[in-house]
Design a protein around this ligand. Structure first.
Ligand code: 5MM
Length: 345
């Protein structure tokens, strides 16, 4: 008989709270490399002071908890003090936002498989999780990436990453932290919508097979995945309806019904497209799981641009973040209308 994780009730209630209807997750877990590139695009010096200022801006946005259920942090942010002297995770809790943390340590080349990666971070994971939990984290996230190309992704890359995702998820549940399992099929390339659907189906199916083998409690985890989209160099014109129907069709084939929620990443779509497509996906009746968002760029890009590293811009930057969070909160209820963008402009 499969053993029941000791914290199953806590895992189930945290997972459900993260997909509280009408809310979604803010992914602000960019590693130094990624955040450095985002800052560089706006000529913002990559200093600890600026990283702290930016993460504090996000976490202290007034009313953000009305639209955001949880915020994924980078390890550094978990111990960051904010202006009032409290630690940033405590500030989130005060706003009704659940703190979580990215626990993978990034992707590395998969030896002998050019163009493919695995994700590191399992070695000392148990000890790190105990530390993160003591610092207030209640959920975790691990991302594996899959490139689509000639012969890619290989069966070996899919299998290796699925196994690692399952080990991560089981270890996280053992520590009482809800795992967000993120297999990301990348948008780069010239593939069609159908090929993205075919690859995503195979990847997600293998991930759930390995989660089952590793006795991960599916009702105490979330799946984070991309919408099914044509590659960014494909040139195929697709409607939001086609994207929504294909995405739901694929996920219904491979995601078990007892997974409480599926949260979408934005993956490089512009913020308005991401919201509009999310809305279309969420308009369909009665999928077995709650559907929501866990956007990084599609929530943050406008705010980062307005802030531009200047303390004088904090309030308008927070307004941009809140605006996108609210639009996406409407989208998960199927109530976003593109015209709303003009009303708020
Ligand atoms: C796919 O990336 C995740 C969602 O962000 P987008 O909505 O922008 O696609 C995101 O949580 C990602 O895992 C983090 O930004 C961390 O990425 P790095 O590359 O810094 O590990």
């Amino acid at each position: 008989m499969t053993p029941v994780p000791p914290f199953l009730t806590v895992l189930q209630s945290t997972a459900r709270a993260l997909v509280d209807p009408g809310k979604g997750i803010l992914a602000a877990d960019e590693s130094f490399g990624t955040l450095g590139r985002r800052f560089a695009a706006h000529d913002i010096p990559f200093t600890r002071e600026n990283r702290y200022a930016y993460r504090e801006l996000l976490a202290t946005t007034p009313e953000l908890g009305d639209a955001i259920s949880g915020m994924i942090l980078f390890e550094e942010t978990l111990s960051q003090p904010i202006a009032d002297g409290t630690l940033l995770p405590s500030a989130l809790v005060r706003h009704g936002i659940i703190p979580g943390v990215k626990v993978d340590t990034g992707t590395r080349a998969l030896p002998a498989f050019p163009g493919e990666t695995t994700t590191r971070g399992l070695d000392n994971l148990r000890a790190r999780l105990a530390d993160y939990a003591a610092r207030g984290a209640r959920f975790t996230k691990w991302r594996a990436t899959f490139a689509i190309g000639d012969g890619l992704p290989s069966a070996t890359a899919i299998e290796t990453n699925a196994r690692i995702l399952a080990l991560f998820a089981a270890t996280s549940q053992e520590a009482g932290l809800v795992p967000i399992v993120e297999p990301e099929v990348l948008m780069a390339g010239g593939h069609t919508l159908d090929r993205c659907g075919h690859i995503t189906r195979g990847v997600v199916q293998t991930v759930f097979a390995r989660l089952d083998e590793h006795r991960v409690a599916l009702d105490g985890m979330l799946l984070k995945t991309g919408m099914i989209l044509p590659g960014e160099d494909c040139g195929q014109a697709v409607t939001s309806t086609e994207i929504a129907e294909t995405t739901l069709h694929v996920l219904q084939q491979v995601v078990p019904a007892n997974v409480p929620g599926i949260v979408f990443l934005s993956g490089g779509q512009n913020d308005v497209d991401a919201t509009e497509r999310l809305n279309e996906i969420c308009r369909y009746d009665n999928p077995p799981w709650t559907l929501s968002f866990s956007f990084g760029r599609a929530l943050q890009d406008a705010a980062l641009q307005v802030w531009a590293g200047d303390a004088a811009n904090v309030v308008p930057a927070q307004a941009e973040l809140l605006k996108r969070a609210r639009f996406n909160a409407l989208a998960v209820q199927g109530r976003y209308a593109a015209g709303s963008e003009r009303v708020f402009a």
